[in-house]
Write a protein that binds this ligand. Structure first.
Ligand code: ZN
Length: 309
């Protein structure tokens, strides 16, 4: 739970919309807004106007958290910290999201990926509570994963790229070459919503009653989750995103993961059907913006966060 009585702002910056909130947590949101993603100038202008209006109405905001679509620069030593880097999203490459919004409010800014933001939200208020370390994997148009370790998202050179894990595949059974522009048949290239639509010629939501689609999908996701289990020893795997919401998919994934683990790890967490080990997110579509609030709170508590330059 948040120990800070101070008002915080969170922004989940997505490719189609910016979800904004001001408050102290999920049970105390004073103002919320959804702003369509258009040009960087117009979008950030509208977000800043919302935050200033919320501040005028509800009082001073102490810190701002931003969970942003990527790729993004997370290295605090870099001059481009808080920027979106080269992105296919037209007009948004090299946008200083953290700087523009931080200067608009004049408060410390915490900045991370959208996936890490959602992971932090689940860790603070959702399915990750009490399960540190845990991994949040989102399976939608693309695939991304965040690991929360000791309460913080795992960073490194940049951030983990679990969507590009290699996965075993049977080319006779699945001749689809994969759609990742860098690796072809990595996890994202084989199992993202984009890959499903390209392989089967229809969108995932129009394939829900096709067993062969979801058996194959579960094999790829199960294999990737096994790699994540071996590498990070998470206490819980939260699997969200539009594709993961297909009814019955998580059950198939649990079955595949059990097969991959092969009974090697003997831990109470892995007993039974993995029903409490592989779980859906608890916060749904609000995980990202709530995670951004948690980031703002952490930045304040740790004296971290960056004052805008
Ligand atoms: Zn890839």
């Amino acid at each position: 739970m948040s120990s800070s009585p101070l008002l915080l702002a969170g922004v989940e910056a997505g490719g189609t919309k910016f979800v904004c909130a001001v408050g102290t947590g999920p049970n105390d949101l004073r103002a919320e807004a959804r702003i369509p993603t258009t040009t960087p100038e117009q979008t950030l202008d509208e977000v800043a106007a919302f935050l200033r209006q919320a501040q005028a109405t509800h009082g001073p905001i102490a810190a701002l958290g931003i969970a942003c679509f990527g790729p993004v620069e997370l290295d605090p030593e870099s001059a481009r910290y808080g920027h979106i880097l080269a992105t296919p999203k037209a007009g948004w490459s090299d946008t200083d999201v953290a700087g523009v919004l931080g200067r608009a409010l004049g408060v410390p800014v915490a900045f991370d990926t959208d996936v890490n933001g959602a992971a932090l939200g689940e860790g603070r208020w959702g399915a990750g509570v009490g399960f540190d370390p845990f991994v949040y994997l989102t399976v939608g148009t693309g695939i991304g994963g965040g690991a929360v370790v000791d309460g913080r998202p795992l960073h490194g050179m940049g951030h983990p790229e679990m969507g590009h894990l290699p996965v075993p595949r049977d080319r006779a059974r699945d001749p689809f070459p994969g759609c990742c522009p860098y690796h072809r048949d990595c996890l994202e290239g084989l199992a993202s919503g984009t890959a499903i639509a390209a392989r089967w010629g229809r969108a995932a939501q129009d394939l829900v009653d096709r067993d062969e689609v979801w058996d194959l999908e579960a094999e790829y996701l199960g294999a990737a989750l096994a790699s994540i289990v071996w590498t990070l020893s998470p206490r819980r795997l939260i699997v969200g995103g539009g594709v993961a919401e297909v009814p019955g998919l998580l059950d198939r994934v649990r079955t595949q993961l059990r097969l991959r683990l092969g009974g090697y790890l003997r831990h109470p967490t892995l007993a039974g059907d993995l029903g409490s080990f592989v779980v859906p997110p608890a916060l749904g579509a609000r995980a990202g913006v709530l995670g951004a609030l948690a980031m703002a709170d952490d930045a304040l508590g740790a004296g971290k966060g960056r004052l805008p330059r």
